[in-house]
Ligand binder design. Sequence first.
Ligand SMILES: Cc1ncc(COP(=O)(O)O)c(C=O)c1O
Length: 402
Amino acid sequence: MSAEFIAPRLRRVRPSPTAVISDRVRALSAAGVDVINLGEGELDFDTPDHIKQAGIDAIVQGDTKYTAVAGTAALKKAIINKFARENQLNYQENEVIAGSGAKQLIFNALLATVSAGKEVIIPAPYWVSYPDMVSLADGESRIVPCKEQDGWKLQAADLAAAITEDTRWLILNSPNNPTGAVYNHQELRALADVLLAAPQVLIMADDIYEHICHPPAQFVTLAQVEPRLLDRILTVNGVSKGYSMTGWRLGYAGGPAWLIAAMQILQSQSTSNPSSISQAATVVALQQDNGFLADWRNILDKRRQKMMACIAQIDGLSADLPPGAFYVFANCAGMMGKTTPQGVTLNSDVDFVEYLLDAAHVATLHGSAFGAASYLRIAYAIDDQRLDDACERIVRACAALA
Ligand SMILES: Cc1ncc(COP(=O)(O)O)c(C=O)c1O
């Protein structure tokens, strides 16, 4: 690729670090190596049959043409009902939009509102894509580190200190990728009080992991906690994580009509409507009983406990039980300075992740990709036997360190 053809805005963007690891895993697998991938941000469960069937029915019935850019009337109705039923949020038709994944909606919202000189507050650790999306929109990310001892949650005082006249957005992600942190009502209340006094700030509530939340933690979204902020909140959600539909590419959002209209303009000149087939399947996903989720959560809880038990056996690794999402964010500071059987000293989380990939053939992701060095993100949403195998391999590889 000839660098002179690349626009300056793209030069500021890193390729997704998660995609880089996935490529390495694919290359190793293609070479015949049995790699266990604990790097991927998706559930191993199949999309439930009744949702798949709705997609098949859509194809058979010829539901295969362009739709309204922001989604069909049926899908908008299902989204409005979902927000009302599960989040007590009442949106009108011009206050919701569907797109090709939550990722696209977040990107469109930022591109529609951020320009040079504007700042976006991103609590760290953060989902890898936020800062690069802000860069693509010519904005500045203002990373606010959160502490492990605060449960990785943004503190109201730190938020207040980070807000300037140029702050355009705060991005809040709960349950959080990569830490699994879940904000409770009181914690959101404290942040809302700061935000009420800062009318220049829009708030993105990225709720994509809403349904992966383990009791006693309870999901609550900011717009529910403080309705006076409703005209500044974009509540983003989708079917990727909660319904195991990552490949269907369907996300949705609710927010003020002016913002939804701006996002729709952008979408109309880029990707247009999300897939008509995925929309039809999502109508069924959002409308019908999602009782399967309780079973999924039980399975995920067991895997979570298994991963915690694995970490507890390893000298140099530690983690708190993550209440949400399907990741354990483990502290690997104790691994620094250790030496591999090949005589290589581990100096960073990247070294440790590479060691696990090379020595144990287990893929994880380095915390520095998420804005927190000396940690690693372990995604445990894989088949139970494979997870057992992965744990054994990790324990063995760590025991071989001197
Ligand atoms: C925090 C967070 N937000 C948004 C997304 C994007 O989800 P979607 O598949 O709907 O684009 C992800 C996916 O990994 C995520 O982890």
